[in-house]
Design a protein around this ligand. Structure first.
Ligand SMILES: Cc1cc2nc3c(=O)[nH]c(=O)nc-3n(C[C@H](O)[C@H](O)[C@H](O)COP(=O)(O)OP(=O)(O)OC[C@H]3O[C@@H](n4cnc5c(N)ncnc54)[C@H](O)[C@@H]3O)c2cc1C
Length: 441
């Protein structure tokens, strides 16, 4: 390994304002960024050179995995694009994945071998950001978070050292990488333990009428359901004729046992207003959603609301969530079942918060002029804040805010202190500040 500098890197690796590829290089999923430069790394040496340059120039580093977070919008700094580090090697059930790979590519490669790793629901989302922040997806009750399957990593530190991490060699760093975000270095390779996954049963149920009895039945059903079953509930407004609104339950059963999936869903299908629109055995890559990048000329509106990890989906929480959706015409309500393998992991075993949570809830009113305005914004926010107060913690990956104060709502004070100690050891200058930032203690 050599001490290369940016000027030694291959043509096209460094992209600056005015270069032909500048607009393409600074684009991220929901917009166009304004970094100082972009380094498109295709090797560990490129990563080291970028970090050395950033440290010398006192520039913060935005590590870009799949580019789906809001950090790409923060101006200045070095965007370190890992897109080319997208290798996927399968060795038995050990899967070594480059730091810039996406979950769709991982799912496709693993499916060829009858394997799967718990990821998120969207193909283009990066392995990097999703795993480091936790990663909640269709296998969360069967296998836990994406981060729970992380057994090792290759990490380039702020000093440019290249570490091979295992629980035996660097237990505290790996603990921090499982939920503590991108604070601790550049992960150039993630090592996951995969599970057997021949296929899944995927079902969609349309929901009409009052949400309250449906949500109560959903809660009661999931309380005793086999952990093979994970469900989401989503109620969205009609945005345009191509995106019809309405409420639905989506369910994923791990494995190909259609009869077992149908039996687990039977209490829901017996409800008034719930009808089956789809129930079929599918391959896991096939159920991952495609979510095209935003059109920079027509960006998605922001939303007033938030998310929370709920210990119980109590009647009170259901009432508040349903009322929030009803009171705000252009709002979205999303719930996902947790528990199962997610809750088997001891709280102190990873940096991820609220292992006692049984549901994840997210709600927000789209910030559309005429619907949300200065007069009602505080009221909507207060309605959400009352819901968040029922929860245990905020899930950082599902917030589009880069407000540093969010960290205190994401982790307990003990976890913040423990993360800050790891940060002090490995990034005392806070080079990796473009994330839900843990300041070195
Ligand atoms: C359409 C969409 C669908 C989503 N679905 C889900 C879902 O189903 N489940 C879920 O849990 N979340 C989901 N999310 C949230 C998602 O987990 C976060 O947005 C996550 O940050 C995206 O990771 P990324 O690598 O694509 O983003 P990036 O913006 O590239 O990275 C986010 C941050 O992660 C860090 N980072 C990324 N890669 C590395 C690396 N290799 N080394 C070090 N640091 C790194 C950096 O700090 C960076 O600022 C979704 C988001 C979107 C936009």
């Amino acid at each position: 390994m050599t001490d290369t500098t940016l000027s030694d890197l291959a043509a096209g690796t460094v992209v600056k304002p005015g270069d032909a590829e500048w607009d393409e290089a600074r684009a991220f999923h929901s917009g166009i960024g304004e970094p100082t430069i972009v380094v498109r790394a295709s090797s560990v040496d490129d990563v080291r050179a970028a970090l050395r340059y950033a440290a010398a120039e006192r520039l913060e580093v935005m590590v870009r995995g799949g580019g789906h977070s809001a950090w790409g919008a923060v101006p200045g700094g070095v965007t370190l694009d890992l897109d080319a580090l997208d290798s996927i090697h399968v060795d038995g059930t050990l899967v070594r994945v480059g730091g810039g790979a996406t979950w769709g590519a991982v799912a496709h490669t693993l499916a060829e071998q009858g394997l799967g790793v718990s990821s998120g629901d969207t193909a283009s989302v990066g392995v990097g950001g999703l795993t480091l922040g936790g990663g909640i997806g269709w296998m969360v009750r069967a296998w836990g978070l994406a981060a729970d399957q992380l057994v090792g990593a290759q990490l380039v530190t702020a000093r440019g050292d290249v570490l091979e991490l295992t629980d035996a060699s660097h237990p505290e760093l790996l603990w921090a990488l499982r939920g503590g975000g991108g604070n601790f270095g550049v992960v150039t390779r993630f090592d996951f333990r995969a599970h057997e996954l021949p296929s899944v049963v995927f079902a969609t149920l349309a929901v009409t009428g009052d949400a309250r009895p449906v949500l109560r039945a959903l809660r009661d059903t999931l309380q005793d359901a086999p952990r093979e079953l994970t469900v989401t509930y989503m109620d969205v407004p009609e945005m345009d004729p191509s995106a019809p609104g309405g409420a639905s339950i989506t369910a994923c059963w791990i494995g190909d046992d259609e009869a077992a999936a149908r039996a687990a869903l039977a209490p829901l299908l017996a409800l008034d207003g719930v009808t089956e629109t789809e129930l079929a055995v599918r391959s896991y890559p096939d159920i991952l959603m495609e979510m095209p990048a935003a059109d920079p000329d027509a960006p998605m509106p922001g939303f007033v609301g938030g998310n929370t990890l709920l210990r119980d989906l109590s009647d009170d929480a259901i009432e508040r969530l349903a009322s929030f959706r009803e009171a705000n015409q252009a709002s979205v309500l999303f719930l996902r079942s947790l528990g199962g393998a997610f809750g088997d992991v001891a709280q102190e075993a990873t940096a991820f918060p609220a292992r006692n949570a049984t549901w994840f809830a997210m709600a927000g009113a789209f910030d559309i002029p005429g619907l949300v305005h200065d007069g009602n914004r505080p009221l909507i926010q207060a309605e959400w804040d009352a819901i968040e107060a029922l929860g245990e913690a905020l899930y950082g990956n599902f917030t589009v805010s880069t407000d540093p104060a969010l960290v205190e709502r994401m982790y307990s004070p003990e976890t913040v202190a423990r993360l800050a100690a790891v940060k002090r050891d490995w990034d005392p200058q806070n080079l990796f500040a473009r994330c839900h930032n843990i300041r070195p203690s």
